[in-house]
Design a protein around this ligand. Structure first.
Ligand code: GDP
Length: 538
């Protein structure tokens, strides 16, 4: 029997599902570990100042997995976080889902798709580097989807920029107004603690050897802080007041509307600011919400089960059977074994082998609620954006395809394999591994692949070989951006230097352009031609 709407509503209210958006090296892994470590210690010890140590992150992960059955997997991490009300002593257990945004070499369309499965994002930036390219791209996807963003300035224990420089950079470059919840006391490289801007009190952190344990916190009044930190405290108060005068205090409505961003200064390596981040997530980030289906049919969180597939992962060298689809639950209760309907085909899908994705052993999951991520094995028919449901039918809008930046021609080495080649191409296209573009000049035998990250081309050639027995070769094309166009503009665009027009398999016409200067030139010289940005990521 499935859970009552009341049970589902309660589970939804305590859930927060988010992703960290950052540039490689900003400290995402370190912060992820710090968050989970922090949450675990609190939930076990029931106190903020845990004693257990963090000797090495790797072995600690294994310990943590054994003890709690959690780990950072490639896709999602779930943990509990207990908050106690200092006035009443009541405790509340929040359930946090952290969905991973693959970066580095595995940066791909999946990285963006993950952001369709979360309700909030934490934008993690390096105190010395500020906004970096990958962070900007991911931020644009959040903005486009209306995902509210909490900003964390990491590595405050190392020399970096000043708080006001970082705040200005974010306001000016991306039009997002930071509203620090806490203001750092001590410049970057001399991180002493933070001024809680909402209470005026001072939270003083104490370093532990090598950041091995959760940093003890001491709460001091403003007067005590002034005595203790002198000029450093005075500077923090002054700058914080300046922000208040400019209206840069937290405003929940503006945050949820994506106009402002609560900001936290942290050191993931020292565990400074990690508790503050967890509390901001629980207090300020929105719980899972219902979604609108196509035909403007709404699904409320307490309605019968529904979910969206946001990522499909196939083993590069193994069989089809190892295909995992990750779904985010939108409504109702999920129970393993449930038979759900796949909206795109109308066919039933058995979930006997549903897996919690937060366990290296692929531990099975028995029940899950809106906001949770569940992996489904053997998910041959499922593609990113697909809907699963029980009871009343629902179909959610497809995930948009994101602006590709890498383009290459794919060819089968042997002409005799054309049929398999074509079949494989259709399969990889429908799974959303790459976008497939064609035009009459190049013909069907040499489609152009478009991807967000260059690694996707290697995935294609590897799977062509292992799953379909087709040897292929890849030749990169000298284009770096794509714009949506139409039949009226196609002929004129085709005559421009550095431009080639294609039709994508979903029928959308795309003009590939060599670089942004070329694009600017064409836009200026031929203002009537249609050249619309795809879902903007840059
Ligand atoms: P990712 O690529 O974003 O996952 O970054 P990592 O978590 O792997 O961190 C990159 C490097 O920065 C590692 O050497 C970390 O030890 C270091 N690092 C991460 N957070 C901090 C921090 O708060 N302070 C300092 N000093 N180093 C940090």
């Amino acid at each position: 029997m499935s859970a009552s709407p009341d049970t589902v509503a309660r589970e939804v209210a305590r859930r927060r599902t988010f992703a960290i958006i950052s540039h490689p090296d900003a400290g995402k892994s370190t912060m992820t570990e710090a968050l989970a470590l922090h949450a675990r210690m609190i939930s076990e010890a029931g106190a903020i100042h845990g004693k257990a140590g963090r000797k090495s992150t790797v072995s600690d992960w294994m310990e943590m997995e054994k003890a709690r059955g959690i780990s950072v997997s490639s896709t999602a991490l779930q943990f509990n976080y207990t908050i106690s009300d200092p006035d009443t002593g009541d405790t509340e257990v929040a359930v946090i889902n952290l969905v991973d945004t693959p970066g580095h070499a595995d940066f791909s369309e999946d990285t963006y798709r993950v952001l369709t499965a979360v309700d909030a994002a934490v934008m993690l930036i390096d105190a010395a580097k500020g906004l970096e390219p990958q962070t900007l791209k991911l931020f644009q996807v959040c903005r486009h989807r209306g995902v509210p963003v909490i900003t964390v300035v990491n590595k405050w224990d190392r020399p970096g920029r000043t708080p006001l420089e970082l705040i200005d950079e974010i306001s000016e470059r991306i039009g997002l107004t930071p509203t620090p919840l806490y203001f750092p006391v001590g410049i970057a490289g001399d991180f002493r603690g933070v001024l809680d801007r909402r209470t005026g009190e001072y939270i003083r952190f104490t370093r532990t050897a090598g950041g091995a344990t959760i940093a003890p916190e001491e709460l001091l009044s403003a007067d005590a802080a002034a005595t203790r930190e002198g000029d450093e405290w005075a500077a923090a108060v002054e700058e914080s007041d300046l922000l208040s005068e400019m209206g840069q205090d937290h405003d929940e409505e503006l945050f949820l509307a994506g106009e402002t961003s609560p900001m936290i200064f942290a050191s993931a390596a020292l565990n400074f600011g990690v508790r503050q981040l967890l509390e901001a997530l629980v207090e300020l980030a929105p719980p899972p919400a219902g979604r609108e289906g196509v035909d403007h049919h709404d699904r409320e969180v307490t309605d019968p089960f529904s979910a969206v597939v946001f990522k499909v992962q196939a083993g590069m060298d193994s069989s089809h059977r190892d295909r995992l689809a990750y779904m985010r639950i939108v409504s109702g209760e999920f129970e393993r074994g449930m038979v759900v309907t796949h909206a795109q085909t109308g066919k039933p899908f058995a979930t006997k082998y549903a897996q919690a994705v937060f366990g290296r052993d692929r531990s099975t999951v028995d029940t899950a609620y809106p906001g949770d991520v569940v992996g489904l094995v053997n998910a041959m028919a499922l593609a990113p954006g697909d809907t699963l449901y029980t009871d009343e039918a629902i179909e959610f809008p497809p995930i948009p395809s994101f602006a590709p930046e890498h383009f290459a021609v794919l060819r089968a080495e042997s002409a005799g394999k054309y049929k398999q080649f074509r079949k494989a191409m259709d399969q990889l296209d429908s799974e959303g591994v790459v976008q497939v573009l064609r035009n009459e000049i190049r013909g069907d035998a040499s489609p152009v692949l478009a991807a967000v990250g260059p690694m996707q081309f290697e995935v294609v050639t590897a799977r062509m070989k292992s799953e379909f027995g087709v040897e292929t070769s890849i030749q990169n094309l000298p284009y770096s951006l794509a714009r949506r166009t139409d039949a009226d503009s196609a002929a004129d665009l085709g005559r421009q230097r550095g431009v080639e027009v294609f039709t994508r398999s979903d029928g959308v016409m795309l003009a590939l352009v060599s670089d942004k200067w070329r694009l600017q030139y064409i836009e200026k010289e031929h203002p009537t031609l249609t050249l619309e940005p795809l879902v903007a990521t840059a």
